[in-house]
Design a protein around this ligand. Structure first.
Ligand SMILES: *[C@@H]1O[C@H](CO)[C@@H](O)[C@H](O)[C@H]1NC(C)=O
Ligand SMILES: *[C@@H]1O[C@H](CO)[C@@H](O)[C@H](O)[C@H]1NC(C)=O
Ligand SMILES: *[C@@H]1O[C@H](CO)[C@@H](O)[C@H](O)[C@H]1NC(C)=O
Ligand SMILES: *[C@@H]1O[C@H](CO)[C@@H](O)[C@H](O)[C@H]1NC(C)=O
Ligand SMILES: *[C@@H]1O[C@H](CO)[C@@H](O)[C@H](O)[C@H]1NC(C)=O
Ligand SMILES: *[C@@H]1O[C@H](CO)[C@@H](O)[C@H](O)[C@H]1NC(C)=O
Ligand SMILES: *[C@@H]1O[C@H](CO)[C@@H](O)[C@H](O)[C@H]1NC(C)=O
Length: 845
């Protein structure tokens, strides 16, 4: 649920104030963005560094979960609390059964720390040590298929990412039949200067530029030669651990330390934000060997994932020399010379002055899975005593080409690159009139007929199923490696098998009178099975497609289950029939409730709820499966309403833009049917992405607002295309003029602004500029909230049917959500119940 901006601002202010009050350390950095959440905790948690982590109820406004989610659980094992070394942040957790998101408004764009705390607490209903999940940001994979198998281990993950939009979404997606959990979250602005754009490259030697394009995961951060430095003593609440266990030959080293007051930061270069004085005031140096060979290296070895490149930051501060130019040493990274005869006193013009250097270690240099850092005396040393030192070291993983920090899966398989050709195409596209688009369309249809068409030929899937990213050769293919069989074998519910006789009976032998629709697939009949009304889609059995493929497709389809997708109940493949049985949606297509029929008008609130429902369904389609499925034909006739006005997206399994094997009238009818909704970028490039659905959904939103068809040739030319007309009117600030007059008076101004903003963003020229369905959903929920506050008093008179729009279940859930207490969804079929014992434990602490 979204929180009103004022509330968010308040949170931010409180955070800032708390920080200011507590930052007694020498240098203070006040992060403009500072979100600290102790997930699952019923009360705020104050750490020993003075920071306050918000309780679960206090932070629920950032959380947006799917409605069927069991939202939160507190677990509190008694043993853990007594162990003083562990942070209180690990004592509670939030568990997600379904994909869930935290969204944080971002005040200052740029680098931010994201810190995640995981500990698999024991719980009677969930086995968190066996849970597997994925954590992503808006465009980055932080963790993929992540689990904490060892229940004695607390796992801390820290990232440094560049946030380029005004909000950050952290998405937790459980794997199939699993849950996700999180114990605590930090999202904190990092100072601009923390990561410069360039570093030294080693192979070949030179400068590595463009660090700003990478995200980082902190793999190691060591305070060499000193104790652990906790967030309390760090300027940016970092943790530095001792280096002892990473040293290959600890006997060869001895520690040295000076009082922190002796550390003098240079005018340019290192600052207390780069590393606090505690780091520079301690070091390892070479032990007085007393041996015949005083020449050796101090060596640290840290195991890493060898498929990634790393940024290595080495911190030095000459706290050992008595005078200038006494200490010369070499630095090696994985055997490659990083610095030769490094002379700190020359670099810093003094002693005890911090200095750091950044290196990029390419994945190709990390052959055996470790980063090895060595320092050793330079052979041409002028100094009397050979020595080498190290004060601190940091190893940070660089994101890979899939924008991932964990494996090769990207968070969004549809990453696109803009090129010049596209820009030109865009320019042309903008000037195209409706006729030109029509011409293009015809070209598109022709293209589909050619063997090189974008639709996979000669398989059932190409017309029964919407395209999904992994099947589209033009989409980034290396980022997706899910195989079809892995989906099929993932233990899904195949739906019910019906005999042909059963279905004959249900439809009175496929009586023409029972036909309620005709689609690309074939006819749709209203039938009755065991007293339940169902929609029965009968495929054209003259098609050449194989029954086996049909069955395989059903398996894929039946794994898509969501409250806002029309569900597949079962199928029949007897005697070469290809029949799908769906739940029946009593109130039919949304479009009929907007215009062109005699049905009663929907209130604004109802319309918002319907849009939210449809957005949820599409969001699930895009993100709910590993593949990400594209609907391809989002429009108001494909959004159906049940008898409670709950919106469900239909036809997601029956994309109509079929292959050449179907007759052309069918294809052109299908394309024409979507005319007015089609993504302009999709025209130009014939590349389907989820963002094409987002575009179409934008048209749906305006259709809902204005209650007119997406395309109305009867209107004056500039008004024919709703998307263009609405954008034009909005640009002129005249959107009010085209709102459905029936509801115009009852929409609150704030709600309208938010809604139109969402719709307009969906219609952005380029897919990359359009929001994800998750973002759209967020906007719409916000719009509903704004309407709620505006019309709470007026709502009684507004519409009686309004109240009927939300089912009882939904209302219950809303109330629970508003309450911001532990939410337990009894209706969830996983049979999970709240365990009061745990809460008692907590309060009895
Ligand atoms: C709690 O401690 C007891 C004995 O010290 C141990 O048997 C039990 O497994 C511990 N429980 C947890 C959750 O660590
Ligand atoms: C939880 O799952 C792990 C791994 O699957 C298993 O080893 C462990 O025994 C399970 N624990 C419980 C309490 O079921
Ligand atoms: C973040 O990314 C933007 C856009 O790529 C870039 O201009 C900016 O310099 C980056 N900031 C940092 C701190 O890397
Ligand atoms: C942390 O700071 C305190 C003073 O603020 C100091 O006494 C203590 O030694 C420091 N700890 C470390 C590990 O440096
Ligand atoms: C130190 O390590 C580097 C790189 O591994 C190696 O080339 C060099 O010979 C070592 N120096 C000594 C004295 O062992
Ligand atoms: C690593 O090296 C390879 C080939 O030498 C290069 O293609 C790649 O861009 C490098 N990666 C980084 C992060 O420098
Ligand atoms: C990596 O190789 C070095 C020798 O080159 C060896 O000492 C070290 O144990 C190896 N590390 C791993 C993790 O295999």
């Amino acid at each position: 649920m979204a929180a009103p901006p004022r509330l968010l601002l308040l949170f931010t202010l409180i955070n800032v104030l708390v920080l200011n009050a507590s930052s007694s350390s020498s240098t203070s950095f006040t992060p403009p963005d500072n979100y600290l959440i102790n997930c699952g905790s019923p009360e705020d948690t104050v750490l020993d560094d003075g920071r306050v982590f918000k309780s679960d109820p206090q932070s629920s406004s950032y959380l947006s979960t799917d409605e069927d989610v069991l939202t939160s659980i507190n677990a509190f094992p008694k043993n853990l609390s007594s162990s003083s070394s562990s942070s209180p942040l690990y004592l509670t957790a939030r568990i997600f059964e379904h994909e869930s998101m935290y969204r944080f408004p971002i005040v200052n764009l740029g680098r931010h720390f994201i810190r995640l705390y995981f500990y698999p607490l024991p719980h009677p209903s969930y086995n968190l040590t066996s849970s597997t999940f994925t954590v992503t940001t808006d465009d980055l994979v932080l963790l993929h298929g992540f689990s904490v198998k060892d229940n004695s281990k607390m796992v801390f993950k820290e990232y440094l990412i560049n946030i380029t939009s005004d909000k950050l979404t952290l998405t937790f997606s459980p794997m199939k039949k699993s849950v996700a959990f999180i114990n605590a979250i930090e999202v904190i602005s990092a100072p601009e200067e923390l990561i410069p754009d360039s570093a030294s490259a080693l192979l070949p030697v030179g400068a590595f530029n463009g660090l700003k394009d990478y995200a980082f995961e902190v793999s190691y951060r060591l305070n060499v030669g000193g104790p652990m430095v906790t967030p309390k003593n760090d300027t940016l609440w970092r943790t530095w651990i001792p280096d002892g266990k990473f040293m290959i030959f600890p006997e060869g080293s001895k520690t040295v330390s000076v009082p922190t007051e002796m550390i003098e930061y240079p005018k340019s270069g290192a600052t207390p934000l780069i590393a606090p004085p505690w780091i520079y005031a301690t070091a390892d140096q070479m032990a007085d060997s007393g041996t015949s060979d005083p020449n050796f290296n101090l060596t640290w070895e840290m195991s890493v994932d060898p498929s990634f490149s790393y940024l290595v930051r080495l911190h030095f501060c000459d706290i050992v020399s008595k005078g200038l130019n006494e200490l010369y040493f070499n630095v090696y990274l994985n055997g490659l010379l990083g610095a030769s005869s490094l002379d700190l006193s020359t670099l810093t013009s003094g002693l005890a002055i911090p200095y750091y250097q950044d290196f990029v270690l390419n994945a190709s240099s990390i052959s055996n899975g470790s980063v090895i850092i060595q320092v050793g005396p330079s052979s041409n040393t002028q100094s009397s005593v050979p020595n080498a030192i190290m004060n601190g070291l940091e190893v940070m993983k660089l994101s890979n080409s899939a924008r991932s920090l964990d494996g090769l899966f990207s968070s969004d398989g549809t990453k696109t690159k803009r090129n010049l050709a596209m820009r030109v195409a865009a320019g042309v596209g903008l000037t195209l009139g409706a006729t030109a688009i029509l011409l293009l369309l015809m070209g598109l249809v022709r293209r589909q007929k050619s063997p090189k068409g974008y639709v996979k030929q000669k398989t059932f899937s190409s017309w029964l199923l919407p395209l999904n990213s992994s099947q589209c050769s033009f989409l980034s293919s290396k980022s997706k490696s899910t195989t079809f069989s892995s989906i099929v074998n993932s233990g899904l519910n195949l739906g019910r098998y019906f005999t042909l006789n059963e279905l004959r009976e249900a439809t009175k032998n496929f009586d023409e009178k029972a036909v309620v629709g005709v689609g690309g697939f074939g006819k749709v009949y209203l039938g009755e099975l065991d007293g339940t009304k169902v929609a029965i889609k009968r495929g054209n059995s003259s098609s050449s497609q194989g029954i086996n493929e049909f069955q395989t497709e059903i398996q894929l389809l039946s794994k898509l289950r969501h409250r806002h997708l029309v569900s597949l109940i079962g199928y029949c493949d007897e005697q070469s029939e290809m029949i799908l049985v769906y739940e029946y949606m009593a109130y039919g297509p949304l479009r009929d409730h907007l215009y062109g029929s005699n049905l009663a008008s929907l209130s604004w609130r109802q319309r918002l709820e319907i849009c939210i429902g449809a957005a949820r369904g599409l969001h699930y389609l895009h993100t709910g499966s590993t593949q990400g499925i594209i609907h391809r034909d989002v429009k108001t006739t494909n959004i159906l309403l049940d008898e409670n006005f709950v919106a469900k997206v239909a036809d997601f399994g029956l994309s109509k833009a079929g292959p050449a094997s179907l007759d052309q009238t069918h294809v052109s009818t299908a394309v024409k049917g979507s005319f007015g909704y089609l993504d302009p970028e999709y025209f130009r490039r014939q590349q389907l992405t989820e963002k094409s659905d987002v575009y179409s959904f934008g048209v749906v939103l305006f259709e809902v607002l204005c209650a007119r068809p997406a395309l109305d040739p009867a209107l004056p030319r500039e008004q024919v295309n709703l998307a263009e007309w609405a954008k034009q009117q909005n640009a002129k600030g005249a959107i009010e003029k085209i709102i459905d007059p029936v509801i115009a008076g009852s929409i609150s101004q704030e709600s309208l602004i938010k809604f139109v903003e969402a719709a307009e963003k969906c219609l952005a020229e380029y897919g990359v500029d359009r929001p994800s369905m998750g973002d759209v959903l967020w906007h719409l929920e916000y719009a509903l909230q704004l309407q709620g506050t505006a019309s709470a008093s007026a709502s009684a008179s507004a519409s009686a049917s309004d109240a009927a729009s939300a089912s009882d279940d939904e209302k219950k859930k809303k109330i629970v959500e508003k309450d911001e207490t532990v939410v337990v969804d009894m209706s969830d079929d996983s049979g999970v119940v709240a365990n009061p014992m745990f809460l008692e434990n907590f309060h009895g602490r």
